[in-house]
Design a binder for this molecule. Structure first.
Ligand code: NAD
Ligand code: DAU
Length: 350
């Protein structure tokens, strides 16, 4: 296959490429990324020189740039990660979320539609990476199933819901071969330090207060990032065209439980006093429209594709804490803007 990955310099995309490029020398991978604040080319150091990997800096909202990339690389599989992904940012400034997540998805679908029809038959596969947040919030019980009604709460989740609808419409109307996965909260190496887990670990190391929104009782279903990447690849290989698959880790935790676990792990890994870390917890103003509970029923992907997560919450969280403690250089490059200067030097101002 000639696989075009969008957003491959972000958290999940980089983990996906670092895992699959070395494992599949028979496939060619091209990473199309605009390199926004959330991207870090350093995350791709393990594969930067691989013969089956190429990088193209491009905005998925720019049809001419996409035309060139598609002409050059002739992909027959698109794995679409690129998005604005942070809920708090979407509340402060929704416009970029509508642009990238909705318009960008539209331009990619159009590229595939105009290139993949061969007589009456279609070739290719458009795999859309989406989120469980499209389903809105659960009460105390129940799980998100693939048939759960869409009910998004934030500008981020509504833009992702819109993109899911576009992808499904291109399948139903034109016949474009698509698959969609809706996944729960990811954690692990290379996550930008604006999301809960890296924020908390790095604040603990610096003995800063740990901002917990509201009462900290919101529940998320945590999944280690490489388990998500394996699930996507499994669906690409074994899932049915036109279908949606939910992906989750069976790890429902309140935010307080997550922070308490991180305090314990950071104390164990650094020799810090756990009570000192726990005392840093601080309850702050809640996020507007804050969904209460997410939980995934992953029985469809398990039954149809044979995927189950490998990491438990305990093993995945310990690996993640260790990674942030051992990779101060990566963290510093993100925080200092050093990688942004590197981008300017290597890719100019575009
Ligand atoms: P991220 O914010 O870490 O990375 C996004 C990447 O997309 C960045 O490299 C960025 O430069 C790129 N990008 C943004 N706008 C672009 C544009 N206009 N053109 C080209 N590239 C652009 O995001 P992530 O956490 O890795 O999430 C990846 C995907 O997975 C998203 O679609 C997100 O909705 C979905 N998802 C994320 C999670 C999670 O917990 N992080 C869970 C489920 C689904
Ligand atoms: O469910 C999947 C989604 O998970 C993805 O689609 C999103 O791209 C991803 O960002 C993530 O969204 P969340 O809003 O759930 O993740 P975040 O890490 O921002 O927050 C997790 C929970 O922690 C949420 O209930 C808000 C809370 N929180 C977050 C931060 C950053 C805090 O209490 N304090 C914080 O400082």
């Amino acid at each position: 296959m000639r696989v075009l990955v969008t957003g491959g310099a972000g958290f999940i995309g980089a983990n996906f490429l670092n895992l699959l490029v070395p494992r599949h020398p028979e496939h060619h991978f091209v990473n199309v990324d605009k390199l926004t604040y959330a991207a870090n080319p350093k995350s791709l150091a393990p594969i930067a020189d691989a013969p089956n990997y190429a990088f193209e800096r491009a905005d998925i909202c720019d049809p001419e740039a996409l035309d060139k990339v598609f002409d050059t690389h002739q992909p027959d599989c698109v794995v679409h990660f690129a998005a604005e992904s942070h809920v708090d940012r979407s509340i402060l400034g929704p416009q970029e979320f509508i642009r990238t997540n909705v318009e960008g998805t539209f331009h990619l679908l159009e590229q595939c539609r105009k290139r993949w029809k061969d007589g009456d038959a279609w070739k290719g596969l458009f795999h859309h990476v989406s989120t469980d947040e499209v389903y809105g919030s659960l009460g105390d019980t129940g799980f998100f199933e693939e048939t759960t009604r869409y009910d998004p709460s934030s500008p981020y989740s509504s833009s992702k819901a819109a993109s899911d609808h576009l992808v499904r419409a291109w399948h139903r109307t034109y016949g474009l071969p698509i698959k969609i996965t809706n996944c729960s909260n990811n954690y692990g190496p290379l996550q930008f330090p604006e999301k809960l887990i890296p924020v908390m670990v790095l604040k603990m190391v610096e003995r800063q207060t740990l901002p917990i929104y509201g009462e900290g009782l919101n529940v998320r279903d945590w999944l280690y990032v490489t388990d998500h990447c394996e699930a996507i690849w499994t669906v690409i290989e074994k899932g049915k065209v036109g279908e949606t698959y939910n992906i989750g880790g069976h790890n429902e935790k309140t935010n307080i439980e997550v922070v308490d676990t991180l305090c314990k792990l950071v104390a164990e890994e650094t020799g810090a006093d756990v009570e000192e870390l726990l005392a840093l917890k601080s309850f702050v103003k809640d996020r507007p429209g804050h969904d209460m509970r997410y939980a995934i029923d992953a029985s469809k992907i398990e039954a149809e594709c044979g995927w189950t997560p490998k990491e438990t919450f305990e093993t995945g969280m310990r690996k993640t804490v260790r990674w942030y403690l051992d990779n101060g250089e990566w963290v510093e490059s993100v925080r200092s803007g050093e990688y942004k200067r590197w981008m300017e030097e290597n890719y100019g101002d575009r």
